[in-house]
Design a protein around this ligand. Sequence first.
Ligand code: ATP
Length: 299
Amino acid sequence: MLKVENVTKYYGDIKAVDDLSFTIEPGEIFGLLGVNGAGKTTTFRMIMGLLEPNKGSITINDKKIDYKLVEKIGFLTEERSLLTKLTVKEQVIYYGTLKGMKEKDILNKLDYWLDRFGVSDYKERKIKELSKGNQQKIQFITAIIHEPDLLVLDEPFTGLDPINVESFMSVIREFKQKGKMIIFSSHRMEHVELFCEKLVILKKGRAVLSGNLKDIKKNYQKKIIRIAGDVNIDNLKNTKGVIDVIKENLEIVVKIESDKFIENVFEVVKKSSNITKFIVEDASLNEIFLNTVGEAYEK
Ligand code: ATP
């Protein structure tokens, strides 16, 4: 288990991480979310043993992170640290050897992963000749080649097309099945929603929301109602408990204060015609994120 306990980190006077605590069990995918500058990369660096917290502790199975434990961590850093003059094969051998693997093993696994990501033809090519997305696949391969117990992924999906997002996700899900721990950051809430179970939202280094994604969504009071039919929008807007009404393609999306007000909306809809849909949903994680962080954020 990865345990982050009351961790605080300063850069000079800047408090980058403020009394942060969470745990990740084997087989869990954990999301670390926050706007730019919220403290995600700093947290990752401390987990990877690259920075020491000023206060608190980080342990894996009750052991403090040291160079031996770092061998059991695989990471995709935000800086995308590839040795661009090396070939793909040289780069992966270099990192695999650093993680204590034998060359034969590395090459076997490398062939498997290159094939899996559809980039076998690039094995002998220099990294700098590869497209950004393909470079990212190689960096991902270097992160997982030694089958680490803990995978730390800083913005793993940035710059990937939807097909490659899905193939990264399926590999991450397989790691989960094998009982690995995965922590990742993303600015794309729809990615987080797709496969993360537990999360923390950071704001200026502090956890402002944390827990199980399902519980967070259930406990978030505001709900969404999707309606299809000829409903008078102004009547909906003037209904008690309605925060906003948006026309979206063929649907009308109504945001309400809480599920107490579903009935009020239903009363308006009942008096309307051609109704083919009336669905109540939890708010999206994106909405919860924006509300919790309380400020505009960049993708
Ligand atoms: P992003 O999404 O933009 O990558 P982040 O959530 O990863 O942001 P961090 O990079 O951890 O955020 O930064 C947290 C805070 O610490 C910010 O205020 C940042 O300016 C500051 N910071 C980060 N690295 C340093 C450093 N080396 N020296 C001084 N301050 C730093």
